[in-house]
Ligand binder design. Sequence first.
Ligand SMILES: Cc1cc2nc3c(=O)[nH]c(=O)nc-3n(C[C@H](O)[C@H](O)[C@H](O)COP(=O)(O)OP(=O)(O)OC[C@H]3O[C@@H](n4cnc5c(N)ncnc54)[C@H](O)[C@@H]3O)c2cc1C
Length: 562
Amino acid sequence: MTALATHPSLDEQVTGYATHEVMNQPGSLEDCDLYSGDKPLCDAVHVFGADWAVDRLKQTGILVGSAKVQHLARQANRHLPELRTHDRFGHRVDVVEFHPAYHELMGLIFGCEAHSFAWTHDRPGAHVARAALSYLWNQGENGICCPMGMTFASIPALMHAPALLSEWGPLINRPAYDPRPIYAKEKSGITVGMAMTEKQGGSDLRATMTTARAATARRGAGAPYLITGHKWFFSVPMSDLFLTLAQTEKGLSCFVATGWLPDGSRNRLKLQRLKDKCGNKSNASSEVEFYDLHAVMLGEEGRGIRTIIEMAHATRLDFAIGSSGLMRQTLSQAIHHTSNRRAFQRHLVDLPLMGNVIADLAVESEAMMWMSMRLARAVDGSEADKTEALLSRVATPVAKYWSCKRAPHFVAEALECHGGNGFIADHLMERLYREAPLNGIWEGTGNVICLDVLRSMQREPETVEVFLGEVTKARGANTRLDAFADDLVRRLKNPSGLEPLARRVVEMMALALQASLLVRHSSTAVADAFCATRLDGDWGHAFGTLPQGLDTQAIIDRARIG
Ligand SMILES: Cc1cc2nc3c(=O)[nH]c(=O)nc-3n(C[C@H](O)[C@H](O)[C@H](O)COP(=O)(O)OP(=O)(O)OC[C@H]3O[C@@H](n4cnc5c(N)ncnc54)[C@H](O)[C@@H]3O)c2cc1C
């Protein structure tokens, strides 16, 4: 009798265990509205004038927060892209094959206009609304955010060539994804990539070895060229259109090429292999060789970096937004887990030390979000207002540097809030953890970005004034911020001697901007906590070291996805 009782009944075999009940497991955070439920994000969209786009943001918030998108994201990262160099008859095809989940996600993100909303809506706040779309999608699946972000960022580079912009702009901005490997102009929607980095180095692009020769008697902007060489990193090798760099007699120049030619054949490129990456697994990144690749010169000959930097600048904005979105998702996961799991007779989040960790993460996340959205607003205003253009120029790399620097540390801490569950590959925290360092590498590593900030301040000294002007909009509201801003003014007096100190200065710039934005626009609890810790005094090197006397409960309540 006793022996028999230890065998599970049929019911137990199907529904559970004979030995125990599954208890105290919080389940997934899904089917929640990531836009309407995110109070700080809604506030930023309102403050920066994008309320008119709320319907789109709500739809996207519900979609990205759905169990369906989570399921697709899991599938797309489990079943990885595969390179197919040849068809079964031996012809070279150079295509990448993806799991259907990837294609479905691409259809969803492009259908939401996360790549184009800023260009197709000609009204103030359009960049803020697009930034919010990107912020939301970076909480859904990050691999697809790479083609989305590059497609978005291609438009400013194409603005260097009105003819190319009118040729490609309308197709780029279509709210559609078409995976077929055919000539771009025959597709319902296209993606745009960017191939710059070569084996000998990506930071110093002047060392580019790839060369271009004129294909006809025409030379210079708008003329056809044939490109020969290699690229060591070429993400989204299925791009329908991509920008690249090659040397001509007049120096490094920018070119635009299609993935397939009008006759339906692959443009003259060979995909050598796909990168086996640490994260960002759903997205293919390749190594490629060009052998007389057909391309058209974009912008002035010999001024390639100046042309492609427009794309890089917009991508950097998208990475600041992306890292902020990533942090937001990991914060939401940490709040969900700690609010639904119990230890020592209480929910984890109610244990004072865990409350401190979550509140500290919430402060950090909100500060990143405000900084990203403010920059999107600056891009919105850039055409009409020189001050906004200068702010965007200097503060975009500041935000890119700081959000990317903080993301890995932040995500690791949010992962730890889940205990062992967070480290297991079933959980999306594992994916987010692998993703976290990437934005810091591409489109300029930390050092390169900090040097870019210094360069912009040296070349256009008004940027310093404009930046400090933005910070001091909060003057008088918080004594810590006032003192910190005074220190920053002293340090920025002579940007020419700052190279070895660039990281420290750029970090201070980011903190001052974030504090100013929080003091003006966030809750008192969040702003006070930020200024009391990031600007001054009693704060440790790990998250969860907020000093006493702050309203951590109010901070957590504000951050909770409602
Ligand atoms: C997953 C992934 C996808 C990518 N996709 C693409 C893509 O689609 N297209 C593309 O063009 N590239 C792509 N890249 C490449 C990426 O942009 C480069 O890796 C990056 O620009 C750095 O170049 P590098 O790897 O050659 O490093 P290096 O240039 O060799 O830099 C190495 C280190 O030296 C530092 N350093 C360099 N110069 C200085 C300096 N003056 N002072 C101080 N420190 C310095 C850097 O900060 C970095 O830490 C991708 C990279 C990854 C990881």
